[in-house]
Design a protein around this ligand. Structure first.
Ligand SMILES: Nc1ncnc2c1ncn2[C@@H]1O[C@H](COP(=O)(O)OP(=O)(O)OP(=O)(O)O)[C@@H](O)[C@H]1O
Length: 284
C-alpha cells in the first residue's frame, strides 16, 4: 500500500545489537526490513530469536550498535531534538502485558490524554477530554470509563486502553510486541479484530510481533521470520506459509497449526507431497 514515490513509513537497515555478556552472539544480527504505509508486517520466531530487541531498536527504546532506522525516510538513529521527537511520534508501541504497561495511579482520561498534552496536540483540558472520548470510541470503549483506574478493567479492556494511549499522538505505525499473548483466547480474537479495523479504517501500518504464526496469518500480508537474531525469511504471507524456503520456517510451521483450512491444505500440499495412492479419508 505504498504510495508511489513515498518512502516506507519504517525502514530498518542492517540493525545489530549485542548485549553485555552475550559472548559473541548477537541479539539482533544485521536485520533489515521495511513496512509500507498502511501495511501489516508480521515478525515471528521462537522465544529469544530477537523479535523484541528488534522492535525496541526500531522504537528507539534500545540503541543499536550499528545500522539505521528510518521513519518516513528520515534517519532517526542518530538524530536529536524536537524534529526527532515529532518523527518518533509517528511510531508508537503496544506491549505484551497490559497489566504492567499502564500506570495504576492514572485514570483512563489521564493515560490516554497524556500524549495529547505532552506533545501539545490538545492543551485545552475540556477539549482534551472530548478528544480522549473519541479515541476511546475508536478502540471500542466509552466515555463512562474516563475516570476509572486500570485495576478495574479486564485484560482485554486494558489492552484497548494501551492501544488508545498509543493512538492519541496520531501515529502512522504501531509496533505491537505480542499484544494478545497474555490475553484469554476468547479475548485475543476481539483485540486482533481491532488491529485489523485500525489498519483498514485509519490506514495504520503495523509491525506485529508474535511467536504464534496463526495470529500473524490472521493479520499480516507480509511476514519476516527471525532465528538467532537474523531474518532468515521475508515474504508475502501465502509464500511464507505455503512454500517456505528456509528450514527454520518449515519447522515453525510444523509446530503451529494454521487456523485457515485452505492455507493448511495448501501448506500440507507444499510441504508433504501427497503420494499417488493417497486416500484423503485416511488423514481425517
Ligand atoms: N536487556 C537485555 N540484556 C541482556 N540480554 C538481553 C536483553 N534483552 C534481550 N536479551 C537477549 O537477547 C536475545 C533476544 O531476546 P529478545 O527478547 O529480543 O527475543 P524475542 O524473540 O523477543 O523473545 P521473546 O519472545 O521471549 O520475548 C535473547 O538471548 C535475550 O536473552
Amino acid at each position: 500500500m505504498n504510495t508511489a514515490g513515498e518512502p516506507p513509513i519504517l525502514e530498518a537497515r542492517n540493525l545489530v545489537k549485542t548485549f553485555p555478556g552475550q559472548a559473541g552472539t548477537r541479539a539482533v544480527d544485521d536485520v533489515s526490513f521495511t513496512v509500507g504505509r498502511g501495511e501489516a508486517l508480521g515478525l515471528v520466531g521462537e522465544s529469544g530469536s530477537g523479535k523484541s530487541t528488534t522492535a525496541r531498536c526500531v522504537a528507539g527504546l534500545v540503541r543499536p550498535d550499528s545500522g539505521r532506522v528510518l521513519i518516513g525516510g528520515q534517519d532517526v538513529t542518530r538524530a536529536r531534538g524536537r524534529a526527532l521527537r515529532a518523527t518518533r511520534r509517528r511510531v508508537q508501541m503496544v506491549f505484551q502485558d497490559p497489566y504492567s504497561s499502564l500506570n495504576p495511579r492514572m485514570t483512563v482520561a489521564e493515560l490516554v490524554g497524556e500524549g495529547l498534552y505532552v506533545h501539545g496536540i490538545e492543551p485545552d483540558r475540556a477539549r482534551r477530554r472530548d478528544r480522549t472520548v473519541q479515541i476511546l470510541e475508536t478502540v471500542g470503549l466509552g466515555a463512562e470509563h474516563l475516570d476509572r483506574y486500570p485495576r478495574s478493567f479486564s485484560g482485554g479492556q486494558r489492552q484497548r486502553i494501551a492501544i488508545a494511549r498509543a493512538l492519541a499522538v496520531g501515529p502512522d505505525l504501531l509496533i505491537c510486541d505480542e499484544p494478545v499473548a497474555s490475553l484469554d483466547v476468547s479475548v485475543q480474537a476481539q483485540v486482533l479484530d481491532l488491529f485489523c479495523d485500525l489498519r483498514e479504517k485509519l490506514g495504520l501500518a503495523l509491525l506485529f510481533i508474535a511467536h504464534d504464526l496463526a495470529v500473524v496469518h490472521h493479520l499480516c500480508g507480509r511476514v519476516a521470520v527471525m532465528n538467532s537474531g537474523r531474518v532468515v525469511e521475508l515474504g508475502g504471507r501465502e509464500q511464507v506459509y505455503t512454500a517456505p524456503e528456509h528450514p527454520y520456517t518449515r519447522a515453525l510451521l510444523d509446530a503451529v497449526p494454521v487456523p485457515d483450512p485452505a492455507a493448511e491444505r495448501a501448506r500440507a500440499g507444499a510441504l508433504r507431497p501427497v503420494p499417488a495412492h493417497h486416500d484423503p479419508e485416511e488423514t481425517r
